[in-house]
Design a binder for this molecule. Structure first.
Ligand SMILES: [Zn+2]
Length: 90
């Protein structure tokens, strides 16, 4: 059993970005891959994300490492990451 690793904002951002890219990739046949596990560097097959109180718990499936992050911070990063890349013109 591995202890969960708390992530800081800098480590959390690429995870939020990869989730955003996958969410906005639509029905592409090969969606962008997830960010590598910050603990062991393995490319995850899937992420299992759960929320407990003010903490987000992310399990990297395959290697099984678990990381935690502040919920408000994760939401904030995801909100930014989920914006479509093309900006509105004036
Ligand atoms: Zn790992």
């Amino acid at each position: 059993m591995t202890e969960p690793t708390p992530l800081d904002r800098e480590q959390l951002q690429p995870i939020a970005v990869s989730l955003g890219q996958r969410a906005t990739a639509g029905n592409q046949s090969s969606p962008p891959s997830f960010t590598d596990c910050p603990t062991c560097g393995a490319r995850p097959a899937a992420l299992d994300i759960s929320i407990s109180d003010d903490t987000i718990v992310i399990r990297f499936l395959r290697c099984g490492h678990v990381v935690t992050a502040d919920r408000a911070e994760f939401y904030e990063l995801c909100r930014a990451a989920f914006q479509p890349p093309d900006k509105e013109g004036p």
